[in-house]
Design a protein around this ligand. Sequence first.
Ligand SMILES: Nc1nc2c(ncn2[C@@H]2O[C@H](COP(=O)(O)OP(=O)(O)OP(=O)(O)O)[C@@H](O)[C@H]2O)c(=O)[nH]1
Ligand SMILES: [Mg+2]
Length: 303
Amino acid sequence: MNSSEHKSGYAALIGRPNVGKSTLLNAVLRHKLSAVTPRAQTTRNRIFGVFDRDDCQIVFQDTPGILAPRDAMHDFMLTEAENALSDADVAIWIIDGTKGVNEAERSLTMKALEGRGLPLIVVFNKMDVVPMEKRAELQQQEAIAAELNPASIHYIAALYGDGVEALLDDILSHLQPGPKFFPPEQLSDRAERFFVEEIIREKAFLLLHDEVPYSLAVQIETMKERGNGVTAIQAAIHVERDSQKGIVLGRGGAMIKQIGTEARIELEEFLGVKVFLELWVRVTPKWRKKANRLKEFGYAESD
Ligand SMILES: Nc1nc2c(ncn2[C@@H]2O[C@H](COP(=O)(O)OP(=O)(O)OP(=O)(O)O)[C@@H](O)[C@H]2O)c(=O)[nH]1
Ligand SMILES: [Mg+2]
C-alpha cells in the first residue's frame, strides 16, 4: 500500500453514562480493554484504544459519561471527556436506544461540542433490546439528535458487534491521510498497572451496591514477577467511610474474597501468567473531594 493512502486520526466516544461507550470500544478492538458494568459512571479516565489495520489507524478515546459535575471527581471526569474532544478528529455521540435522548443530555452534548467544528456521528446503541414497536419513536429522537447537525446516524448493538463494521467505515471517511501514531501491536496508551487496577475495580463495581461502588478507588501497592511464572499483586481498595469498609469486607471476609477471586481469574487472562492477588481495604475519608487524593489514585489530567 502506498503510505500516502494510510489514514489516521482520533475518534472521541461521548455520551451519557451507561450508554455503551466502553462496550463499543471493546467491540471495535475485539478485546476487553475498558471496564464495563451495568452501572452508570463506570469509566472514570480517558482511555485510548488503538484500532490498527494495514490501511488505517483509529485511536478511539473512551471517556467518562458526560454529566453535570457534583464533586471534584466529577469535575475530573468531565475534563477527561472535554480533553478527548479537544484531541478528536471526529466525535461519536452514543445514545441508549432503549432510552432515547433527554433534554439534559442534548444540551450537555451540544455544549461539549460547541465551537469545535468536529464532524459528528450519532449512534443509537442497544438496538438488540429495542422492541419493534418502539422503533418508530426513535424517529423523534433522530430529530432531536439532528439539531446537532450530525454527518450520519447509525443503529448498532455494540454488545454483539452489530453495525460496528459500517460505523468503522464511516469514521474512516472523516479521517485524513496520515501516519500511525502508535506501533501496530500497541492496544492502548495506558500501562499494564492501570488495567490491573481497573479489572479489580470492575469486579468490585459488579458485586457491590448503592453508593459503595462510587466510593471505591483501587491502588496497586506492590506488583512483582516472581521467578516461577507467578505475578504477585497487593492492592488496596480505598473507601470513604468506616461503614463501607465492613461492606467491602463482607461477612467473615466473604465479599473481598469474591472480588479477589473474580479479579484474579481475569487478571490471569489479561497478564497471561498465574496471579497471586492480595486485597485489603483502606478508609480514605472524602477522597472524591480532595485534589491530592484524586491525583494519587490516578484521577488527574492525562495531558
Ligand atoms: N443489550 C445491550 N446491552 C448493552 C449494549 N451495549 C452496552 N450494553 C450494556 O450497557 C451497560 C453499560 O455499558 P458500558 O459500556 O459500561 O457503558 P458506558 O457508556 O461506558 O458507561 P460509563 O462508563 O458509566 O459512562 C452494560 O451492562 C453493557 O453490557 C448493547 O448493544 N446491547
Ligand atoms: Mg464506560
